[in-house]
Design a protein. Structure first.
Lengths: 423, 304
């Protein structure tokens, strides 16, 4: 029989992706495979399989392919999830090779190759759904993986941005007056990544085998300013995060500054400065179309209460998802997972209701928060502390990646000029 | 630019993953160019990055010290997806241009999204495949806007359905497509060791040597029942003889490149040792001596 290349390649691909078929071919037991497992193999496929079988080198074709695939995938995930990989494998490359080999086998060797973002996303899902279920894994691996995966997704979103849509970065920071008039809006290639624990030491060091995770909250602004540079990262204090979230292209800088001054005690100049910084760095742009946006300042009147994240519990109550440990509530003993039920005896079931309840409160006032915690209802005395300006701070992080390839790439740039002369 | 007008590059080394990440000293090694694997610097296909952002300054730094030549490992040029959608065009093309390469070299292998399949998937040597591959090669050359040269493959098995000799296959493709060749002498040698009836010298007599633009040299390793093209040993004597033969007969030859690489295909292969520095130095030196002896003053007309 004559076989076209596409037909022959299809059978080869099937062999790669079906370990049982390959094993049966190599052990001359295709008939048994058909009989016992209901495999369907056409006459033409049988003949092609026989031709592969007849070549003594085919085992090298297959074995090398699997080894190579696992190695390349290991390099990919090391590059894109460097901290996760390091924590998962304690820096053992052989262990990583093992994991990626099993990962690819699980997906029938359907390697996604240089669709790197898709491969990494799939791998992240595999770690969550398989690896974490079959053995003990280090503490906070889940949080770290979620954090790094979000960075990967920012990269993935850039694929749909046409080249012409990338706006050039401003050559200098806009003046406060310019920011005040603008309607800042986030760019598509930006994300606020948050975690319910404080990962900042691991983020900065890129080495989760050193440093520790502490109770707290991490909010990091991650964005890609242009297709010529890697992602940028900035750790955000709660106030900075709320401000960034509020930049939706609807409010002007002046309106935002006023609101954050009134609601959170922020200095207007600092608000405008932050917005200007984000604009010049490419995380925000000036919106040319005003879009509807949810009301800002959902969480509380006073940021000093320190609740950057609220959610709704199964009972339908407001539940704290993250908390500022220097804020009023935390200092009073209220923490993550506590459900907020009443304020001064008045039941409150929405963020807006809390907002209304706090509207007449001032710094220094005391109130009683009724909370639900682990099956019990508690009344907690809370003093409203002054707003901290530290809550509007940001910290630039030169995300070192930490992957061996990134390190090699970094040092190569320095090494190349003396590549042939160094000792 | 026509091949004839491209200046000779000389004798160089493939700057691959091993060279980048090992601590091998290359002190005192003289090379006229670095052959760079585009895959090393290409960005993910599913992102906006044609070139990895961290790689850009590295490319610039390398270009400061020596000319670069682009080589694609995982371009999937000759698979069944449209040429415009292959990694070769989407990613290797911009990388090759960023490094101002005089040509782009691909591999005579099937390819698809699962690019790691490529090394294990040599093309099927048939008449109909010549037509298909030559069409793709010509299209690829148009898209690149620079000469495209094809590397002959080392393989563990000829692909089922193959009916003609490999040398005839690749020769006809080049003639039809107007493309040229990266003649990997060690691949031919290794195939001749492993396959009865595969005659390396007949291969060299068959291919149009005036289409050879670049030569690859390497050493390999016997493991179990096979001699593997693992780029992890000294260049064998037979390959030096083949080089000597080709140097006399390839008027458009521009570059001779040595490949040295750690274990990338099997855990059984030899690992890099500090001795490799000596091996690379020896083989590059020998290649240079032969190159200069054959070509005289014209040997390095494009030298940096």
């Amino acid at each position: 029989m004559d076989f076209g290349s596409e037909e022959a390649y299809a059978v080869w691909t099937r062999l790669i992706q079906d370990e049982s078929l390959y094993a049966a071919m190599m052990s001359d037991s295709l008939d048994e495979l058909v009989k016992t497992q209901g495999y369907r193999i056409t006459e033409r496929e049988r003949e092609l399989l026989a031709k592969f079988r007849a070549e003594r080198g085919v085992r090298w074709m297959m074995e090398n392919l699997r080894f190579r695939s696992a190695m390349q995938t290991a390099e990919t995930v090391s590059h894109r999830l460097p901290r996760t990989v390091r924590l998962l494998t304690k820096g053992d490359d052989d262990w990583l090779q093992d994991i990626t080999f099993e990962y690819l086998a699980f997906f029938h060797w359907k390697v996604l190759g240089f669709n790197t973002i898709a491969e990494v996303e799939r791998f992240g899902g595999y770690v969550t759904s398989r690896v974490m279920k079959r053995r003990f894994t280090p503490a906070y691996l889940k949080e770290l993986l979620a954090f790094e995966m979000e960075i990967v997704r920012v990269y993935g979103r850039t694929a749909s941005i046409p080249e012409a849509a990338w706006r050039p970065l401003p050559s200098q920071a806009p003046s406060a007056a310019q920011v005040a008039e603008s309607r800042p809006c986030r760019t598509p290639q930006v994300s606020v990544v948050h975690s319910e624990v404080d990962l900042s030491e691991w983020i900065r060091s890129a080495d989760p085998l050193k440093g520790k995770v502490v109770p707290g909250h991490t909010a990091a602004l991650v964005w890609i300013p242009s297709p010529l540079v890697k992602h940028q990262m900035q750790l955000l204090s709660p106030g900075a995060r709320l401000l960034f979230d509020a930049c939706l292209g609807r409010s002007t800088g002046a309106e935002l500054a006023k609101h954050f001054a009134e609601e959170y005690g922020a200095q207007p100049a600092r608000v405008l400065e932050l917005i200007g910084e984000w604009m010049v760095k490419g995380a925000l742009i000036e919106s040319i179309v005003s879009s509807p946006a949810p009301a800002i300042g959902l969480m509380s009147k006073h940021l000093s209460l320190g609740i950057p994240l609220l959610t709704t519990s199964a009972r339908g109550n407001l539940q704290i998802q993250a908390i500022d440990h220097q804020g009023s509530l935390a200092k009073s003993g209220i923490g993550v997972a506590d459900e907020l039920l009443k304020l001064d005896g008045v039941q409150l079931r929405s963020a807006a209701a809390w907002q209304d309840a706090l509207v007449n409160k001032e710094v220094g006032d005391r109130c009683v928060m009724t909370i639900h915690r682990v099956g019990a209802q508690l009344d907690i005395d809370v003093e409203l502390l002054p707003a901290r300006q530290e809550l509007f701070e940001t910290t630039d992080v030169d995300d070192p990646s930490g992957s061996p390839w990134s390190e090699a790439m970094k040092s190569l740039g320095e090494r190349v000029p003396k590549l042939f002369t160094e000792a | 630019m026509a091949i004839e007008s491209i200046p000779r590059a000389g004798v160089g080394l493939q700057l691959n993953h091993t060279i980048f990440t090992s601590t091998l000293s290359l002190k005192g090694i003289q090379m006229d160019f670095g052959e760079v694997l585009c895959d090393t610097f290409a960005g993910p296909v599913d992102s906006c990055y044609a070139i990895e952002p961290e790689a850009r300054p590295v490319i610039d730094a390398m270009m400061e010290v020596l000319p670069l030549i682009a080589h694609g490992n995982y371009g999937a040029e000759f698979g069944f997806d449209p040429v415009e959608s292959t990694r070769a065009h989407l990613r290797h093309n911009p990388v090759a241009h960023a490094m101002k390469s005089p040509w782009y070299a691909d591999h005579m292998l099937f390819g698809d999204r699962a690019s790691s399949y490529m090394w294990s998937s040599p093309l099927q040597f048939t008449k109909s495949e010549i037509e298909r591959v030559a069409g793709r090669a010509a299209k690829l050359q148009d898209l690149f806007g620079m000469p495209v040269i094809h590397e002959n493959a080392f393989y563990y098995a000829p692909f089922p359905g193959s009916t003609i000799a490999e040398a005839d296959f690749i020769s006809e493709i080049m003639m039809k497509a107007g493309t040229h060749m990266l003649l990997d002498l060690h691949n031919i040698y290794a195939n001749s060791v492993n396959f009865e009836g595969y005659d390396a010298w007949k291969y060299l007599r068959t291919i149009p040597l005036d289409r050879v633009v670049e030569i690859h040299l390497a050493g390999g390793e016997p493991i179990e029942d096979w001699y593997h093209d693992f780029h992890n040993d000294y260049v064998p004597d037979e390959v030096w003889k083949m080089l000597d033969y080709v140097l006399d007969r390839a008027p458009n030859l521009k570059a001779v490149c040595l490949e040295a690489q750690g274990a990338r295909h099997t855990p059984s292969a030899k690992q890099v040792t500090p001795e490799w520095g000596k091996m690379i130095s020896h083989d590059l030196g020998k290649a240079r001596t032969m190159w200069e002896a054959k070509l005289g003053e014209a040997a390095r007309e494009g030298a940096h």
